[in-house]
Design a protein around this ligand. Structure first.
Ligand code: ATP
Ligand code: MG
Length: 448
């Protein structure tokens, strides 16, 4: 590049974020925790593509929803003209997959997924255009027991993450016939108060009046609060199902609030709906939303199969973890390998591999733009990396077939240095690090 003009910088797409190394330990901790909780309830992982046919989402989510109306990243495949969409949520792909691979015919299944979702929303705190969800779907189960189990799984996750202020709201939206009767009364009620509806509500009045109940417009809150409640329209089996969910939650001391206004934005939900909400994230306080969607699989041409699931927003949960936990300690490694001279560098590679064979984490010093770095520079790097030990190789060590091992951290012994025979270094480190009974070999220092 000979001319003086600096090349223009390219930045990330608006609303799509990098997850930087400083936050990586927290994401890893979240992921490990959620994986182990899901496993402890017998859920198996499923991975579906990020891109699907646009028709899939239109059908699964419903045309008169925020997502399909205005949030989807849809595009035409420039090679063949296919109508494709970056997935805005995970359930549609999972349902397509279990039908396509006949998994629904093999009996009930518990599956979970994780990955990026895409919605063209106005970026703000807790709301992004690319965001991550982890979700679970229990397919083929009819009763209220599985609904309660999914809720209890979430509760266990919050506990394991040390998150305290997440409250449960539940509701039942009944079945299609019950919603139909409620809908007629709801439309009549809103028509009688048409002057109080905002434009969005007016547009939804006949297409999806239930969604008006979800309105966040402060001017409409009183109107919405006094609207006919779907819960009052439930009969027989729907009532029994909802009572069944509540009975299990009560028996297990899971507190909840019945929120009659809680509805799901997606068309195919029925019966149980739930949300986990916190007041600690400003206005984007819902960290997890779930519910039953018994009619969906049949509407996709599959054998009629009941299902229930949830999805949680990982960014919002990470934000809560940041607020709850002390992440001040840097991510650390066991050993930083310091070396000077070519012979020492060669031996450093050999020794680093041997230490890794023993299960320890090693950062080997490598040359930077400024050069290979003096001993002093390298020791600073060892400190910055949060290493427990520096293993030092220079001319003297090579001549004597030894390594200098310096303790960098710990109550006693920080700064202490020992000369260890080259072949004994691995045992020495293992003894110091793993032998130390309160060393849990966990590098993330997170104290909720
Ligand atoms: P909202 O009413 O806030 O738009 P939603 O009903 O669209 O929520 P769901 O489709 O139920 O949300 O998604 C489940 C969870 O995923 C949400 O509770 C939230 O935690 C997270 N989520 C949804 N949209 C976003 C987004 N744009 N950015 C970050 N997280 C999101
Ligand atoms: Mg939304």
């Amino acid at each position: 590049m000979s001319d003086n003009k600096k090349p223009e910088k390219i930045t990330a797409v608006k609303g799509m974020n990098d997850i930087l190394p400083a936050d990586a330990p927290l994401w890893e901790l979240f992921e490990n925790t959620v994986h182990s909780v899901l496993k402890s309830y017998g859920f198996q992982k499923i991975v579906t593509p990020i891109v699907e046919d646009t028709a899939l989402f239109k059908r699964a989510i419903g045309a008169v929803t925020d997502i399909v109306e205005k949030e989807m990243y849809s595009f035409e495949d420039s090679m063949n003209g296919d109508a494709l969409t970056l997935r805005p949520e995970g359930t549609a792909g999972v349902v397509r997959s279990v039908i396509e691979h006949n998994l629904v015919y093999e009996g009930p299944r518990r599956v979970w997924y994780k990955g990026p979702m895409f919605r063209h929303e106005k970026p703000q705190r807790g709301r992004y255009r690319q965001f991550f969800q982890v979700g679970a779907e229990a397919i083929g189960f009819t009763g209220p027991d599985i609904d309660a189990e999914l809720i209890m799984l979430c509760r266990r996750l919050w506990d394991d993450l040390g998150l305290e202020n997440i409250a449960l709201e539940i509701n039942s939206i009944g079945d299609a016939a019950e919603r139909q009767r409620h809908r007629a009364d709801l439309i009549a009620y809103f028509e009688a108060n048409i002057d109080q509806l905002d434009t969005e509500a007016k547009n939804r009045l006949h297409a999806n009046p239930l969604r008006i109940l979800d309105s966040k417009n402060p001017a409409m809150q009183e109107l919405v609060n006094n609207a006919p409640k779907l819960l009052d329209y439930l009969e027989g089996e729907s009532v029994a199902h909802f009572e069944g969910v509540k009975r299990i939650l009560d028996h297990n001391n899971i507190p909840y609030k019945v929120n009659p206004r809680l509805v799901r934005g997606l068309d195919y939900y029925n019966r149980t709906v739930f949300e986990w909400v916190t007041t600690e994230l400003g206005s984007q306080g819902t960290v997890c939303a779930g519910g039953r969607y018994d009619p969906l699989i049949e509407s996709f041409g599959g054998k009629p199969t009941p299902a229930v699931g949830f999805a949680m927003g990982i960014e919002r949960l990470i934000e809560l973890m940041k607020q709850a936990g002390d992440m001040s300690e840097p991510a650390a490694c066991d050993v930083y390998m310091v070396h000077q001279g070519q012979a020492a560098q060669m031996q450093a590679f050999v020794l680093a591999e041997r230490i890794r064979d023993a299960g320890l984490d090693v950062v080997l010093h490598c040359a930077a733009a400024s050069g290979p770095g003096s001993f002093k520079t390298q020791m600073k790097k060892a400190d910055g990396a949060g290493a427990a030990f520096a293993v030092i190789l220079g001319d003297d060590e090579i001549a004597n077939n030894t390594a200098a091992v310096k303790a960098m951290r710990g109550k006693e012994g920080a700064g202490q240095q020992a000369s260890v025979a080259f072949d004994d270094v691995v045992d020495y480190l293992v003894g110091q690090i793993v032998g130390d009974h309160d060393h849990d070999h966990e590098h993330v220092h997170y104290h909720p």
